[in-house]
Write a protein that binds this ligand. Structure first.
Ligand code: NAD
Length: 259
């Protein structure tokens, strides 16, 4: 790292091992790049072997790919065991896997609702439980960073998306509750709440210039975020510079929530 003498110590992850769900793409992958730059080894956990294997190969020898569906507790428990065997204990967990199925509430069926709840909320419980078991047994503490959203801290602006608002709101309060539960054992739990971020997640919206312009206009900074801008906030929360911060959700939102 370059910059002030403080930046090296505040942002270093030297000797740490991080597990990143949703690590094959978007914010998870950008976070993996920053973590490796800061000296960590990373385990990318994602659904599809080719995608996660390719992403890890691009990152080099500091990265390991593990295929698992975060909604499947047996797969996740096995994946976390494998990660421990390969890289030793896990010091940092980033819960980045997520799903948005944007629909008006009256058009949303229960299966759609349940899929979003499973990926955004229940999986956060499943993965955090599996990794915290290891962290607590090792007794070295740790850091967990969850992906919330501005949609977990507001009712939105341009279109309805109730299942996403509900589950990202849950991420904000699960972050608080886990911070309280595990704080005495030295595990810090925080979240970031991004605005729209330029990744595959926003899908076809990116091809609609009119909608993108209206979205950008909701941000005081006048634009959506890049994945790396979210990764830098996650890097801060993961590292020694955030040693006294837990239970907090940090918006990375270009001022959306300040309006
Ligand atoms: N992109 C945005 O505009 C935005 C804004 C706010 C919050 N977020 C949140 O940030 C997180 C990451 O989003 P992104 O933009 O990087 O998305 P992305 O689509 O680029 O990447 C998400 C990754 O999660 C993986 N994934 C999804 N379901 C999974 C499952 N069941 N098991 C394992 N892996 C699974 C996908 O395969 C993909 O690689 C999500 O939680 C999302 O809700 C995104």
């Amino acid at each position: 790292m370059t910059g002030s003498p403080l930046s090296g110590s505040a942002f270093t992850l030297a000797g740490k091992t991080a597990l990143i769900t949703g690590g094959a793409a978007g914010i998870g992958l950008a976070t993996a790049r920053r973590f490796i730059e800061a000296g960590a080894r990373v385990i990318l956990l994602d659904r599809y072997p080719a995608a996660v294997g390719g992403a890890a190969a691009d990152l080099g020898t500091s990265a390991l790919a593990i295929t698992a569906d975060v909604t499947d507790a047996a797969q996740v428990d096995a994946a976390v065991d494998r990660a421990q065997q390969a890289f030793g204990g896990i010091d940092i967990l980033v819960n980045s896997a997520g799903l948005s199925l944007r629909e008006a509430t009256l058009e949303t069926d229960i299966d759609t609702w349940n899929r979003v709840v499973d990926v955004n909320m229940t999986a956060l419980f499943i993965v955090s439980r599996a990794v915290a078991r290891q962290m607590l047994a090792a007794g070295h503490g740790g850091a967990i960073i969850n992906l919330a959203s501005i949609m977990g801290l507001s009712g939105g602006s341009l279109y309805p998306n109730l299942s996403y608002h509900a589950t990202k709101g849950a991420v904000v309060n699960m972050t608080r509750a886990l911070a309280v539960e595990w704080g005495a054992q030295g595990i810090r739990v925080n979240a970031v709440a991004p605005t729209w971020v330029r990744t595959a997640f926003i899908g076809a919206m990116a091809d609609d210039p009119d909608l993108m312009a209206r979205i950008a206009a909701t941000m005081p900074l006048g634009r959506i975020a890049e994945a790396d801008e979210v990764a830098l906030a996650i890097l801060f929360l993961a590292g020694p510079g955030a040693a006294m911060i837990t239970g907090h959700t940090l918006p990375v939102d270009g001022g959306f929530l300040a309006r």
